[in-house]
Design a protein. Structure first.
Length: 362
């Protein structure tokens, strides 16, 4: 790995502005939990935002909070839990030290995105420093600037290439009182996909719907404790096959481990692949040949692939299938795999916000 460039730790938005104006190439970094996205090339100045941390405003009655970008997600979750609230998009790598800014910049959401939506559905406002060193605000009463850009949405998945996030405002939800998870085994992967599609078209209010390559469906319910057992019974009858029901600490640990990607072997890259349920069987057939550990999440719309070794074969596979991938864990330098669209719009936004290429190529 190439040696990294200078590392700086600004403590204020004004210091971030000064650094961006003075340095030629800047890479923002939060908790460093997504190594493929936060490991800089040797010429970059690493902008460590860990000092930009803390909740600035929280109104439990309004279900909103504002915090600095370097605030650890876990600290926010603990604050919300004390008031019976939570971040519904289920941010990954929380226990590992993920920050709010890094979560938004990477655009990553967890399994509960199936029920509640992704991170972009919960970001109300942002403040960030653009490539000219200007402090820009978007959201709330000022949703768009004169160029017509919706800044809170644009910052989601921007990978630090549009600006340095310094402050964010989120909406939150009341937390479910109780949970249960159904483990539903199928003899063949294709049959599990059929059940997944049936569930997706049903009227059941499922919190999570995940699938692993063995043909096991993981179905999570959340809500009022007094109604949960009746909901489980209706769901088991609908499925019409042997079902194991998990509750309590065992149930909670299943989803905590998945959110932290503890199933990814050491030394493997982790790649997120957007997909659709109808394409799961074809993707699984290709991935099964590699033996790479994998998981299908968010109702079959997101594949997580733990890839051993060099990423070239996976890139070519995704190109052949017409799919795209984002490398989250692994070596730097090859974040995007497969076929990506929307480059023309991304270049337009990049030119507007980073005219001098301070944050790297788009």
């Amino acid at each position: 790995m190439s040696p990294v460039g200078e590392l700086v730790r600004p403590g204020t938005a004004a210091e971030v502005q000064e650094i961006v104006r003075e340095r030629r190439f800047v890479l923002p970094r939060g908790g460093g939990t997504k190594t493929a996205l936060s490991t800089p090339p040797s010429e970059a100045t690493v902008l460590d935002l860990s000092r930009l941390s803390g909740v600035l405003d929280y109104d439990p009655m309004e279900f909103t909070f504002t915090a600095l970008a370097g605030t650890p997600v876990r600290a926010v979750e603990e604050m919300l839990r004390a008031h019976g609230q939570f971040l519904p998009f289920d941010p990954p790598f929380s226990a590992s030290g993920a920050t709010l800014g890094g979560t938004v910049a990477s655009g990553l959401s967890g399994p509960r995105r199936y029920r509640y939506g992704g991170v972009r559905d919960f970001v109300l406002g942002v403040r960030f420093v653009d490539g000219t060193g200007t402090l820009v605000r978007g959201g709330g009463k000022v949703v768009k600037n004169a160029a017509g850009f919706d800044f809170p949405k644009l910052m989601v998945g921007s990978l630090g290439q549009m600006g340095v996030l310094v402050e964010l405002t989120f909406k939150v939800f009341p937390a479910p009182h109780a949970h249960a998870t159904l483990r539903v085994a199928h003899p063949r992967f294709g049959e599990a996909v059929d059940t997944l599609v049936r569930l997706g078209m049903s009227r059941f209010e499922l919190e999570v719907l995940d699938l692993d390559p063995s043909g096991v469906l993981w179905v999570r319910l959340g809500g009022l404790a007094e109604s949960l057992e009746a909901r489980i019974a209706r769901l088991v009858a609908f499925l019409g096959r042997p079902t194991e029901v998990l509750r309590g600490e065992e149930e909670r640990r299943v989803w905590e481990d998945l959110r932290e990607f503890s199933w990814v072997p050491a030394g493997h890259a982790l790649v997120k692949v957007p997909v659709t349920p109808r394409r799961l069987v074809g993707l699984e057939e290709r991935l099964a040949r590699s033996g790479a550990p994998r998981r299908y999440s968010v109702g079959g719309t997101c594949a997580w692939v733990a890839w051993p070794g060099e990423l070239g074969l996976l890139h070519r596979t995704l190109v052949e299938l017409g799919l795209a991938g984002l490398c989250v864990l692994g070596p730097p330098g090859r974040g995007m795999l497969g076929e990506w669209g929307g480059e023309a719009f991304a270049r337009r936004v990049k030119r507007a916000l980073d005219p001098h290429g301070k944050f790297g190529a788009s």
